[in-house]
Write a protein that binds this ligand. Sequence first.
Ligand code: KG4
Ligand code: ZN
Length: 348
Amino acid sequence: MNILAIESSCDETAAAIVKDGREVLSNVVASQIDIHAKYGGVVPEVAARAHVQSIIPVVKESLSKAKINWKEIDAIAVTQGPGLVGSLIVGTETARTLSILKNKPLIAVNHLEGHIYANWIGKNQPQFPLVALLVSGGHTMLIEVEDHYKFKIIGQTRDDAAGEAFDKVAALLTLHYPGGPNISKLAEKGNENKYKFPIIDLTPEPKRNADGFLEYPEASLDFSLSGLKTAVLNVVKQSKSLSEKEKSDISASFQKTLVDTLVQNSTRAIEKSQPKSFILSGGVAANKELREKLEKMRKDLNVKFYMPDIAYCTDNAVMIGAAAYYKQKEFGFTEPKNLEPDPNLKLA
Ligand code: KG4
Ligand code: ZN
């Protein structure tokens, strides 16, 4: 089955042709990073306009790169949400129109499902039940996945998302948007033990019961990441202008603390759920330190570990094609042709 997949939820206009959910026939991503960098972040109206300009050329390129014609396309998949409404409209309207014109079934995909299914691209086939750590610009979650499309959120951030923390700290250090890759590059030259930033653990303190024994509550799998950003802000405020060395040390110390927080709750989730495999996903999954520390955790916990190739961590349409394939396998083609975007779409 050849699926044409379209993704436009934030600031990448992307289209891809994916065969049987795993084989990448083409992968086209038109990034708007240069457009948004001068504003220090994504400007929704500007993003929507840029999507309008690129969507048709990007879809055409995905077909020509795959050397495929419309007859060989079996379905059209598109990100329905969550994301920026103006951006989502461009993708869903394009997919809807093409599906009517070319008479192809539509498959609506949740962007978060897309990130998760990036782990099925290529030769990987993670075993169920599994636990997923999803870390992106808008989300930070631990999810139990019992089988295809059986998701249960078991932990999530109560304030900032991991990618958001990277981007906000990058802004404090006057680094360019998006912050994640720039922080991790600087961190390579820095001393991660220079600053002691707090790991916020939401697990309540143990209580003494009637018999005088300490009772330990179950460890919390939720995250709180905004305090870490404030701790960085306090260090930044103490200095009039930061040297490159100081910026590197702050980046390294911040990254270490954030990664350790993610690894701590991932370890707890694996101990609690006892899954067959553990998978990493979302834009922050591109972070080298996170990948290395989770790989080490995997060895200690003896669980199978999967992570997408770097190219499929940040937003792309291949992951939408992969998620769509497994969705129609599970539920069939159920989408009406009047599909509407849902900026607040929740994980099923
Ligand atoms: O998944 P994604 O492309 O978009 C959303 O769905 O949000 O994630 C983007 C986020 C941004 O916050 C970006 O700073 C972060 O992922 N990111 C990284 C790295 N590459 C991208 N964070 C840390 N290290 C990286 N190498
Ligand atoms: Zn994303």
